[in-house]
Design a protein around this ligand. Sequence first.
Ligand code: FMN
Length: 316
Amino acid sequence: MPHHKKVLVVHYSQSGQLDDAIRYCILPLLNDKSVSVTDLRLKPSKPFPFPWNVLDFLSVFPESVYCDKISLEPFDINKNEEFDLIILAYQVWFLSPSLPMSSFLQSAEAKTWLNDKPVITFIACRNMWLTAQEKMKRLIAQNGGVLCDNIALIDGGNSLETFITTPRWLLTGKKDKFWFFSSAGVKKSDMENSARFGRAISGALKNDIEKSKRPLLKGLGAVNVNEKLIMSEKIGHRSFLIWGKLLKKIGKPKSRIRRVFICIYLLFLVLMIITVVPLTLLLRALFYPLIIKKLKKQKAYYEEPSGSENFKENNE
Ligand SMILES: Cc1cc2nc3c(=O)[nH]c(=O)nc-3n(C[C@H](O)[C@H](O)[C@H](O)COP(=O)(O)O)c2cc1C
């Protein structure tokens, strides 16, 4: 008789996208009688607005980048409860885990729940999650957790489209198709297909495989790193660290002086995007043959632990 397994699913979502995506993923676990799923929806004490106005949106940038702890509503789960597996479903804010998730990982509860346990991260974001996941790795390790898999769903449109459609969605709430742009957010079919991860997790739990703390989701195409974005993330994050530090020194998130500098920052950001981005694209095209080997190596690194291989997809 396999043991009854307990899974903790921690999540937060503003538009409901991430809640939907993680629900599809864990449906096989919810239907599995040998598994009990504990749902922990994170609630910031001061809710974040959705849709955002531009200034509020930019005002969470320094704290997000530095993973500052915000206050969350108390969790409704016994602190001493023990779980066999923890799933952390998060979205990316400014190349960092969203503030509710990074704050959860700085709580006393996370320390007891994650300690010495296998952890799976599940991301739904526009398309830039590599740096955020590096921060998650550190936070998970600080809690004694062992990251055994990572699943990343990204928005359906190409980079150019989502450069317009994602901000439009976040700033107006409108997600529909318009002009020649496809709708914003992760494709419904990608969300539905993430049930394959739940099935694999359910199978693994039956066989105690999670105890090995090794990947449970290899061969399922859990992630696919676009190596073209690696350099942009690195450059972008470096500038975020510098500006973030400056803005934090200047004033509190909602202070007038910080808002003034946020506007200057916005100007800088737009200038960067229209100058530096095309320049890096050009440089990359020129030097591609020289850096391809390094990029391939980095792609493989960022795709750990689950990998991008897809040999099990149709083999249920
Ligand atoms: C403040 C903020 C910053 C964001 N920064 C990024 C980012 O750096 N990279 C990215 O891929 N997506 C980014 N997104 C998009 C989110 O990851 C996510 O796709 C979107 O907010 C929907 O998530 P939801 O489930 O909370 O509605 C950002 C969203 C917000 C609100």
